[in-house]
Write a protein that binds this ligand. Structure first.
Ligand code: KG4
Ligand code: ZN
Length: 333
């Protein structure tokens, strides 16, 4: 079995995965959403402090499996350095004391492998990764052959939901709240511009849309307080455009590459409007396999890190204890 640890942002999570069968033997996650809610975003130092409390609490429940462990895996990057440090320190201590090797896992590969938790892998695959930190189109050929063919030049898809929620005073994380508000709103009331509409490139940008929402909120506030209906309509109009931007760029990608298998991963892949819009797009291009992770594995979790680690274990992809680099850049996966 492999014990895996995830602490790249505001979720403390540990999992235990069977190497031969991929079975998830144990999985627990303690989220810090409530603690960060009042700040409208994740406060790194607070997150790190909460990991210090949560990770040992979870580890305590795993002690019975220690004798069966063959390796310790940990998210090494990308993420918040002060929170990554907590998971990495625990992983190093376990690796040393149990005398078993250490596996350093890229968080983004983790999101991709969330599709294969308790399942075997079907590759090649094109993936849309939408999370709080990333918006990328990734072509996955093998574990060590992943090409990022499109990414955002500023904010990410999930982050834009968080920022809109913050501007409207709706709390953190913004994605689920904005989605809920959208369901009650008129998505055509505000005509926010679709980002990079004229650009032929497959790239994303969300800062302009965020700014358009900010300006609209200011305009409405000049006339008096925002009503609940205004908030519903802003969320619905924003969500329509945020998704239209993704779909428009994906259309360009599909015209060039016609992938047979497509997946959406990352925390924001939980968005129902996004799922529906991409499903429609795939039908237009005769791509009949949309892969999605189970909802509980869309956001950050250690089960996905354990799933990548099994693949790394099989090719002896271990790392020396002093070689883990939490600042590794992710131009190439
Ligand atoms: O993958 P994740 O848990 O953490 C990162 O690696 O960033 O993703 C969290 C992000 C947050 O920005 C959150 O607002 C967004 O995913 N998110 C959503 C939805 N659920 C979570 N965004 C849009 N719609 C949702 N339903
Ligand atoms: Zn993530």
């Amino acid at each position: 079995m492999i014990l895996s640890i995830e602490s790249s942002c505001d979720d403390s999570s540990i999992a235990i995965t069977n190497i031969d069968t991929y079975e998830l033997i144990y999985h627990k996650k303690i989220s810090q959403e409530l603690e960060h809610n009042v700040y409208g975003g994740v406060v790194p130092e607070l997150a790190a402090r909460l990991h210090i409390e949560a990770l040992p609490k979870i580890l305590e429940e795993c002690k019975e499996y220690f004798k069966d462990l063959k390796a310790i895996a940990v998210t090494s990057s990308p993420g918040l350095s002060v929170t990554l440090m907590e998971g990495v320190t625990m992983a190093k201590a376990l690796s040393l004391s149990l005398k078993i090797p250490l596996i350093s896992v890229n968080h983004l590969k983790g999101h991709i492998y969330s599709l294969f938790i308790q399942k075997d892998i079907k590759l090649p695959l094109t993936v849309l990764l939408v999370s709080g930190g990333h918006t990328q189109i990734i072509e996955v050929t093998t574990l060590n052959n992943m090409d990022i063919v499109g990414s955002t030049s500023d904010d990410s898809f999930g982050e834009s939901f968080d920022k809109v929620a913050k501007m409207l005073g709706l709390g953190y994380p913004g994605g689920p709240i904005v989605q809920e508000y959208s369901q009650k709103g008129d998505e055509n009331r505000f005509d926010f511009p679709i980002p990079l509409r004229q650009s032929p490139n497959i790239e994303f940008s969300y800062s302009g849309l965020k700014n358009a929402v900010r300006v609209q909120i200011l305009k409405l506030e000049e006339k008096g307080n925002l009503t609940l209906e205004d908030k519903y309509d802003i969320c619905a109009s924003f969500q329509r455009v945020a998704v239209a931007h993704l779909v428009m760029k994906l259309k360009k990608y599909f015209k060039q590459k016609s992938p047979q298998r497509f997946a959406i991963v990352g925390g924001a892949s939980a968005n129902l409007y996004l799922r529906k819009s991409i499903d429609t797009l795939l039908n237009q291009f005769n791509c009949n396999e949309l892969l999605l992770a189970e909802l509980k594995y869309c956001s950050d979790n250690a089960a996905m890190i354990g799933r990548v680690a099994v693949e790394q274990y099989k090719i002896n992809d271990f790392i020396e204890i002093d070689k883990i680099d939490i600042t590794a850049k992710i131009k190439q996966l």
